[in-house]
Write a protein that binds this ligand. Structure first.
Ligand code: ADP
Ligand code: MG
Length: 356
């Protein structure tokens, strides 16, 4: 997909995901503090539109925060992007099979977190899928999928156990030549958290960050009400076509869908989340939403649960504190025990999150 198309897809995801206050016709229980005004800004980072909304007393304050966010996201993109020359990710891939690469603390953190979750998910989340992903083209105008032979040849390069981190030396090493690092399943979540951290550091109490569907909320809305986030119907993912709405009071909510970068051939949806065991698109689910304290973890898990499917996926989620999941798979909807379905909210699922 070219850059413009990718941005467009991100824009659609954003518009669809974060519901504007009151759009479902509910009334506020409390008033928003009078001195607070809403300001919004969109920044492009990691090929994604990142929309930051914050509630502060003055425009000056908002501009200061937005400018810090922009600088920070640009800095992180320079480190974590697989497309920007000079990034850690490119350097690590270029040195595969040759030598360890000294990286920034941020890269070290993201790679270590990704490896920890590769372990927890038994390899369903694997940051070395890039060589296999490269065999596909998900552009519907020119769809390409690999032959069995190509897959067989490439699959040995996909193995998170061959990513070696030396914490003391701050290095990352891919031990086989031809391996590549792909942080596409976690970096967007990480930068979403990084933007939220800038808001918090500036004393902002109310606000949200939405990076193409990776959402992090500082807390409830300024009027004290929860945010309502719509989850797209994966079968018919048009604008405002939700299959579920989730009320959230903070933390992160991330959705992965098989409709995002995909083409359909032979009755199969070929999309960009890969089962590292087979090299084929993960068939465990069509839409996975994960709620977790950080967008980084929610991003990782939303990708991993796609591969794991609803049964194993929910078993994992139940074992993790403060983590919930909502999964659409095989035409059925599954959810974890902390999501409470509410009756009488029309023909969409409507969930609140259990207080822990
Ligand atoms: P999106 O970017 O559409 O929100 P995801 O967060 O699920 O979706 O990330 C998909 C990206 O993650 C792919 O484009 C690829 O870079 C990477 N990826 C694909 N399969 C896996 C996997 N099994 N484990 C880790 N990363 C993956
Ligand atoms: Mg993800």
């Amino acid at each position: 997909m070219d850059c413009a198309a990718r941005k467009l897809y991100a824009a659609v995801a954003i518009l669809a995901l974060l519901l504007s206050p009151g759009c479902l016709g509910f009334h506020s229980r409390q008033q928003q503090p009078a001195e607070l005004k809403e300001f919004k800004e969109t920044v492009i980072a990691m090929d994604t539109l990142v929309t930051i909304a914050l509630y502060v007393p003055s425009e000056e304050k908002a501009h200061k925060v937005f400018s810090e966010v922009r600088n920070e996201l640009q800095r992180l993109e320079g480190i974590l992007s697989a497309h920007q020359p000079g990034s850690d990710v490119i350097a690590i891939s270029a040195a595969a099979g040759k030598e360890p690469v000294k990286v920034s603390p941020e890269t070290l953190h993201v790679v270590q977190t990704a490896l920890q979750y590769a372990h927890i998910t038994q390899g369903a989340f694997d940051i070395t899928v890039a060589p296999v992903l490269r065999l596909y083209n998900f552009d519907t105008n020119n769809p390409v999928r690999p032959s069995v032979r190509e897959l067989e040849r490439t699959l040995p390069l996909v193995d998170w156990r061959k990513v070696h981190v030396d914490e003391a030396q701050r290095t990352v090493f891919l031990s086989a030549e031809g391996m590549e690092l792909d942080l596409g399943g976690v970096a967007k979540g990480y930068i979403t958290d990084a933007a939220a951290e800038i808001l918090l550091k500036n004393g902002v109490e109310f606000g949200s960050v939405n990076a193409g569907g990776d959402i992090r909320l500082l807390g409830p809305k300024p009027d004290g009400n929860p945010w309502r986030v719509g989850i797209k119907d994966p079968v018919n993912p048009g604008a405002n076509n939700w299959f579920a709405i989730v009320e959230v009071r903070g933390g992160a909510l991330v959705t992965s869908g098989d409709y995002e970068r995909a083409f359909v051939e032979d009755g199969v949806r070929w999309h960009h989340i890969i089962d590292p065991a087979s090299g084929l698109p993960a068939s465990g689910a069509s839409s996975v939403t994960v709620l977790a304290p950080t967008a980084e973890i929610a991003d990782i898990l939303s990708t991993a649960l796609f591969v794991l499917g609803p049964e194993k996926g929910l078993e994992l989620v139940e074992s993790l504190p403060e983590t919930e999941a909502l999964i659409w798979a095989r035409g059925e909807v599954f959810w974890s025990s902390g999501l409470i379905p509410q009756e009488g909210r029309g023909d969409v699922f409507y969930f609140t999150v259990k207080d822990k």
